[in-house]
Design a protein around this ligand. Structure first.
Ligand SMILES: [Zn+2]
Length: 361
């Protein structure tokens, strides 16, 4: 894989990842862009302990632009986008409207006091474009291209983890307007958090309790238990296992683990990396076959990687889920979920696994 590192007109970093070793990506960014200062701060809720990012400058960001103004398409025919090259395989760049940025400035006047913990949102947000084809989706990619994306995620995990103050690197994709995607061009994002996000905090606390009670790793035990009684297993690969979790929160939810526990994407072996693209594309295509005639299934694909402080216990895995529960029906986070973080799922996890097995090819 060839990696080309360059800069956009306002100083943001842009990287190209190409399977084609002869690719030349040297087109300069000709736009007259002023640097954007991120007014972003991280507040800690004194009651729950959860971190909340307040990024008031993002209200003006690009929202559902017409296709001929897509900022993620290559720059062609005199139309300049975020990607100066006339074509690309995978491109990664710093978000122009980041929730977190290295030079973020907090904007609270005065000193907030001991109860109110506050820090500048000093992290980093990147955009990952999976293809130059505006109308494609991840499920349409070739295995070779999905492998380039995996390699790009891995490269960014290594690079962003090495930045000072970064606690966790989170690679994810939201697909579908129903999820709140503001740009239809196939892309994902990466957040480099300067704190441990709430879900990871809860998971690492559970892993510590499990270690205390049983002397073993929580994730090793979960994957072994799912394989021992595979009623919720969707795909049992050579190096990866995909299953619906025992207490799935979403109508269709699959967790994908490498069978050998590693803390993050940088720990995967060549054999594990080689199997991932076919297996993940298979899962995404099953999701798209779940609802007859309802169009592409909206989904969130979330990589869980070990935070800097818990590299020995948390296992790399991908959590893939849709908010669609039936054709034309979405699962909304209503009073019980939004108000109490208590999920009510209308689809049994075992039934969801059976259905996901049935729509395989
Ligand atoms: Zn586009």
């Amino acid at each position: 894989m060839k990696k080309t590192t360059t800069k956009l007109a306002d100083g943001r970093e842009l990287l190209y990842f190409d399977a084609d070793e002869t690719a030349v990506r040297d087109a300069p960014d000709l736009r007259p862009l002023e640097p954007v200062t991120a007014l972003s701060e991280i507040r800690r809720d004194p009651v729950t302990g959860d971190h909340v990012t307040v990024a008031a400058h993002r209200q003006g960001r690009t929202y559902l632009p017409p296709p001929d103004e897509c900022p993620l398409c290559p720059s062609r025919d005199g139309r300049l986008s975020e990607i100066p090259a006339a074509d690309y395989e995978v491109a990664v760049f710093e978000n122009r409207f980041p929730s977190l940025a290295r030079d973020a400035a907090a904007h609270v006047p005065g000193r907030p006091g001991p109860l109110f913990d506050l820090a500048p949102g000093a992290g980093r947000c990147e955009v990952v474009c999976f293809t130059a084809d505006h109308d494609a989706s991840f499920a349409d990619l070739s295995e070779e291209r999905a492998r380039v994306v995996l390699d790009a995620w891995t490269d960014r995990t290594a690079a962003l983890s090495a930045l000072p103050g970064i606690e966790q690197v989170y690679c994810f994709e939201n697909r579908g307007a129903e999820i709140g995607v503001t740009l239809p061009h196939p892309h994902g994002q990466i957040y480099a958090f300067p704190f441990v996000p709430p879900r990871t905090s809860r998971i690492t606390a559970r892993a510590a309790e499990h270690r205390e009670a049983f002397g073993r790793n929580l994730f090793d035990d979960v994957v072994a238990a799912e394989l021992a009684d595979p009623v919720r297993v969707v795909i049992a690969g050579r190096h990866w296992t995909a299953f619906v979790p025992f207490a799935a929160r979403w109508p269709y939810e699959v967790h994908l683990y490498p069978n050998r526990r590693v803390p993050d994407l940088t720990g995967l072996s060549e054999d594990e990396r080689a199997e991932f693209p076919g297996l993940y594309l298979d899962l995404l295509r099953r999701f798209d076959r779940l609802f007859d005639g309802a169009g592409p299934t909206p989904y969130i694909a979330a990589w869980h990687q070990a935070p800097a402080a818990h590299r020995d216990e948390l296992a790399l895995h991908l959590e893939l889920f849709t908010i669609r529960r039936a054709a034309g029906k979405l699962k909304y986070l209503a009073g019980v979920e939004s108000g109490m973080d208590a999920f009510v799922n209308d689809v049994s996890p075992e039934g969801a696994a059976e259905r996901l097995r049935a729509v395989g090819r």
